[in-house]
Design a protein around this ligand. Structure first.
Ligand code: SF4
Length: 336
């Protein structure tokens, strides 16, 4: 059994640019071997869709791996690897006694306390709210929680989910806070491997990206494009975004199987749940074909991604469907 002392926390501030540069430019065989192991892990992941070295998991190894991935600069690839590690951390913590789970939660920066009487762990409201929204499933919503004196009491299963999200955030911060060009400087002795990884990923991604057939994805409104992008990056999009995306794609004529294929590109794809949701929203099992919400509803739920898009920024654009219809008709007009 693995004690929590060997579990990684990966705080960005532990690794300065200089210390990472020293690792990639090191003359030490041990350092070079570790860098090569991390690069091989990334290449194997791209090739086979699953890494083989997950048992080797330390702050230092992950820092090397993430620096290399930052230099490769393919967010979808990085997200898939992060999600795989996120699952691995949950799996490793599963064998730990509750006291060690509490200790590891604290190391990750969570305000967590062992509650011996209840055999539970309590988490501060602030920390819970900051992380629970990223966990899918209504059971994790605040309204269903055991709240006592401003703290949320959670059982073992529940705290494992919080831990994995904390760890995922630490890895994501590490990656996001390093500019890609800085990472390329740091990893310059391995520039050839960086290029190989990028090319290999692009060629594989081309084979696995969802095929949308007749529908014209370039005409999709920014919100739908964003949801599709996030899903394929493995982001757990909010229920309303999922609902909007599925109902939109159904309305424009995409078959259920093709809609399912979009979800399949996500690394934590759950076929049973997704089939149920897609069949329900499209009316196959519910008898009701739902329509996507209006822009105003998406906006009030922070799910509008209009940015500077000229059509979305007109006063009269009220619905994502309308956006698609206008874009399609403007193309057929220009063809006449
Ligand atoms: S304005 Fe409407 S169509 Fe455009 S991104 Fe926002 S919600 Fe989507």
């Amino acid at each position: 059994m693995m004690g929590n002392s060997s579990l990684p926390v990966l705080f960005r501030e532990t690794f300065t640019t200089q210390s990472l540069e020293n690792l990639f430019h090191s003359y030490s065989q041990k350092d070079t071997d570790e860098v090569i192991s991390a690069i091989n892990l990334a290449l194997e992941f791209i090739e086979k869709g699953e890494p083989e070295l997950l048992s080797y998991i330390s702050d230092r190894f992950l820092a090397i791996l993430l620096t290399f991935l930052r230099a490769v600069d393919e967010n979808v690839l990085t997200n898939r690897i992060l999600i795989t590690y996120r699952k691995e951390i949950e799996k490793k913590c599963r064998d730990l006694p509750l006291e060690e789970i509490e200790e590891y939660s604290k190391k990750l920066g969570m305000d967590a306390n062992m509650e011996f009487e209840d055999e539970m762990i309590s988490v501060s409201l602030k920390d819970y709210l900051g992380i629970a929204g990223r966990i899918s499933g209504s059971t994790y919503r605040l309204v269903y929680q055991d709240i006592r004196h401003g703290r949320i009491f959670v059982d073992r299963e529940h705290v494992l989910k919080l831990i994995r999200e904390y760890f995922y955030s630490n890895m994501k911060n590490f990656y996001d806070e390093m500019p890609a060009d800085k990472a390329r400087d740091i990893t310059s002795p391995f520039a050839k491997a960086t290029d190989t990884a990028k090319e290999l990923f692009k060629s594989k991604a081309g084979l696995t990206s969802p095929e949308l057939g007749e529908v014209e994805s370039t005409k999709f409104p920014p919100c739908i494009k964003e949801y599709i992008k996030q899903v394929s990056e493995g982001v757990n999009i909010p229920h309303m975004a999922r609902f909007t995306m599925v109902s939109f794609l159904h309305k424009i004529g995409l078959e259920n199987q093709k809609i399912m294929d979009i979800f399949k590109t996500a690394p934590d794809f759950n076929e049973k749940v997704t089939t149920y949701q897609v069949n329900h929203i499209t009316g196959e099992t519910s008898g009701t074909q739902y329509s996507p919400p209006k822009c105003v509803n998406l906006q009030s739920n922070h799910l509008c991604y209009k940015g500077e898009d000229p059509l979305c920024n007109t006063e009269w654009l009220k619905h994502p469907m309308r956006y698609y219809e206008i874009k399609k008709s403007s193309r057929s007009e220009s063809k006449k």
